[in-house]
Each structure stands twice: as C-alpha cells, then as structure tokens.
Design a protein around this ligand. Structure first.
Ligand SMILES: *Cc1c(COP(=O)(O)O)cnc(C)c1O
Length: 438
C-alpha cells in the first residue's frame, strides 16, 4: 500500500498536491509519505506479533533524520552499517540498545563509538573482524556483544549487485565453518556471543527464499542457544517492493499479481512462511527491512527542461540526474514515471497520444537516464513528473557529481508538508575545500 493517488487530475501524496510541494521547494525534490512508511512498519510489526521480535530498520535505505525519528517513535530499532549511521540514529532520538551494527569493514573509531554507545550487537562477518573487536573491547575493558553473519547459500533471484546470501559473495560465513568460528569467538574473552544473523539479499519479492534460509539456519540457532545461550536470531532484510505499475498498486491490492506482473512482497505470505520454523526457536527474532518501509513511500519530483528530437528518437531532459537517483544507471532498475498533472496522461480514453521517449538527466554521461524508450503521454517543457518508488536507495546514494547541489527532501503527513533537508546551494559545493599547506 502507498498513499500516492490522483485526485481531480493531480497527483497527491496523502492530502497534499505534489505540484504545491514542487512550487514551494523547487525541483528536483524527494517527497516522502509518513503515512505509507508507518503503515508498512505497523503491518510487519503486527504480522510478527506472535514472536518476541525487534524490527531494526536498515538505516542505509533512507537515513534522513526525520525518517529515522518517525520509525524510532514507532518503536523501531535500527540496523546500521557505519559510525555515521549510528550518529544519525542517536541524533534522531533512536535507542542504541536496539541497534545492530553490520558491515564487513568496521573501523577502530566506529567500533569504539559503538561500544561506548552500547549497541545491541556487532554483526561480524570474519574471524579477522572478531579478533579486531576483541582487542578493541579489551583495551576499553568492555565486553562486545557479537553475532556472526551466517551465509545460508540460498539463491534469492535478485540483481547480482544486491544478492548476498549465496556462497559466491563476500558476505557472511558459510554453514560448514560457522560452528568453528563461534568456537573461536567463545575463546576471546572480551566478546559475548549474543546471536546469529543472516541477510540473503535485497528486493526479494517471494517468501520462499526467506523460509528456505531460515529452515537451513534453524538447527544452527538451536545449537548456538544450547552452547552459548544466544538471545537472538536476525533473519535480515531484503523484502521487495513494487517498481512496475507502482501507482496502481496503491489501491491496497498491491501484493496480488498485476496481470502477469511479478507480485510484490506480501507481509502475510512472508509471515505465513517464516513463522512456523521460527516459533519454537525460543530466541528473539530480529528483522532488518530497509527498502520495504521506505521504497514505495517516496517519489522524486522533477521538471522537464527541454524536449529534444534526434532522428527518430525523442528525449525529455529533466532537471534531476543520475547524481540525484542513481538506481537506473547502477542497477538498470525500472522506476515508473508519471506526470503530476493527469490531464496530459488520460491515455485510456485514446484522446492523448502516447509516444516512446527517453527520459534523461543533464549529467554528462550516457548512463544518465531514468527511462529508455518509455511509452509516455506527450511531454512538454515545464511538465512536472514524479519518479515513483524512489524512497529507498535514492537520496542516500546521491552525489555532487557534475557539481550539482544535492536535492531537497520533504515529508508529508496528512495535509501537512515540510522540508526535511534544504536543497544545497553552490556555496555548499566548495565548503570544506581548503588550500594545500605546502
Ligand atoms: C542492506 C541491508 C539490509 C536492508 O536491505 P533491504 O533490501 O533494504 O531490506 C538489512 N540487513 C543488512 C545486513 C543489510 O546489509
């Protein structure tokens, strides 16, 4: 479910006309729906209610402080992958005792900070890292709570850049070695074994791979509980969202098949599939969704600058670029793109012709596109477009490439909307640059 809908021919986010947001804050601007994000959180939380569970939102998907605060206030913990993310979570009023610290390359500074802030667990991915955390904790006369990330070697049928649960990638420790690495950890006197973790990939739309991986790990969890008294099993994130025909999916029927389109992740199916193998483990269950909470809850507003013809091809050059939203360039990912004013889109009535067009940004790279040969209503200079499902891995991956200031971010709640990040200005681009002191 999401709360982006046409009303009287205008695209609304909750009760706010997106054209008003663009007028007030300019473009490109990310706009997030608080209601959508909280709805996703609440539904997952309710589905997991039969379990002792903790939802740790993966902050890397969207780490704006206002978004973190929204989820912290709803009771969420956080899965963080850097000291910077822990800093943000604390600044947003999040509870460090509900934070798990993941990532394959934690630095000394980050480990010290997380120890000082008493995070719930360090999720560790190698023996070398165990050793490093043990030494740092020892020097601080502290005990570091740790969990190992197990790699269950399950194919998750997603893009290879975001698949993490098969033996061929850098993440986690194989099941053939996991018991031995826990034994190593048990010998390190400054570590306390508190859990086990897995994360099989991202944008997974079926429940089956999660259930399969959980069933593979269940015997390991039992053994670790018996041996070390572990408190938790984190089943990771990776729940997928709708990217194709995202707008229609706001109808509330969004987990059903859309006429042959792949069905998106369903909380109900997920809970039905994972609950049975989890219920009798008698440990706390953690989940770490990122994209699922925020992905469909955000759009990127952009305006058409020029329309250009080149031979048989037509291009709409918009004011957002790959530096603002890199997913199409990086993953060849699909984002639905719709006009904010619907009168230019009523294609079903056959009045307005559609045509194939490339929607591209102003950055000097051929990879700077949002859609290629996309069937769109006729576009004109000044038209306002919404790039749908841009709430996850959107702004957080934005850069200043081509010396373009970072876009603004706005949050909608009911009929209210406000800025949650100011658009950068040119002065911001050179801030921090200094002259070399030879
Ligand atoms: C990225 C990540 C997540 C979140 O992934 P989503 O696909 O956004 O749900 C969860 N856990 C870990 C360890 C991650 O690296």
């Amino acid at each position: 479910m999401h709360l982006f809908r046409y009303r009287d021919g205008q695209l609304y986010c909750e009760d706010v006309d997106l054209a008003r947001v663009a007028e007030k804050f300019g473009t490109p601007t990310y706009v997030y729906s608080a209601g959508t994000i909280l709805d996703h959180y609440t539904r997952l939380d309710a589905a997991l209610a039969p379990l002792d569970h903790l939802i740790c939102y993966a902050a890397k998907a969207n780490s704006n402080r206002a978004i973190l605060k929204l989820l912290a206030d709803a009771g969420a913990g956080f899965d963080i992958v850097s000291g910077g993310e822990l800093f943000r979570v604390l600044a947003a009023g999040g509870d460090s005792a509900k934070c798990t610290f993941a990532g394959v390359g934690k630095s000394r500074e980050e480990i010290e900070y997380a120890l000082d802030q008493r995070v719930y667990s360090f999720n560790v991915e190698s023996e070398a890292e165990l050793d490093y955390i043990d030494r740092i904790a020892g020097a601080k006369k502290a005990h570091a709570p740790i969990a190992l990330r197990a790699n269950p070697d399950v194919e998750s049928h997603t893009h290879k850049y975001i698949s993490t649960g098969s033996h061929e990638n850098k993440f986690g420790i194989g099941l053939d070695r996991i018991a031995a690495v826990y034994e190593q950890a048990a010998k390190m006197i400054n570590l306390e074994i508190v859990g086990v973790q897995m994360h099989i990939g991202s944008q997974i739309t079926e429940a089956a791979p999660f259930a399969k991986a959980i069933k593979k790990l269940a015997p390991v969890v039992r053994e670790l509980k018996a041996k070390y008294g572990i408190k938790f099993f984190s089943t990771g994130g990776g729940m997928g969202i709708i990217y194709r025909r995202a707008l229609e999916s706001g109808s509330g029927q969004w987990w059903h098949d859309h006429g042959g389109e792949p069905a998106a992740f369903s909380v109900r199916d997920y809970a039905d599939a994972v609950m049975p193998p989890l219920l009798d483990l008698n440990v706390r269950i953690l989940v770490e969704p990122g994209r699922f909470f925020v992905g469909n809850g955000g759009v990127l507003l952009t305006r058409v600058r020029y329309v250009k013809k080149s031979g048989a091809k037509k291009f709409a050059i918009v004011d957002a670029g790959m530096n603002d939203l890199i997913r199409p360039a990086l993953y060849h990912s699909y984002h639905e793109i719709v006009p904010v004013k619907q009168s230019i889109t009523s294609t079903s009535k056959g009045k307005n012709k559609t045509e194939k067009i490339d929607i591209v940004g102003p950055v000097c790279e051929s990879g700077d596109f949002f859609a290629l040969d996309r069937e769109m209503p006729q576009l004109h200079e000044g038209d306002l477009l919404a790039i749908m499902s841009a709430g996850a891995y959107g702004f957080v991956m934005a850069s200043n490439y081509n010396s373009r200031p970072l876009p603004a971010e706005a949050l909608v709640r009911g009929d209210k909307f406000g800025l949650i990040r100011k658009r950068q200005r040119w002065e911001d681009l050179v801030r921090g640059e200094v002259e070399a002191e030879w």
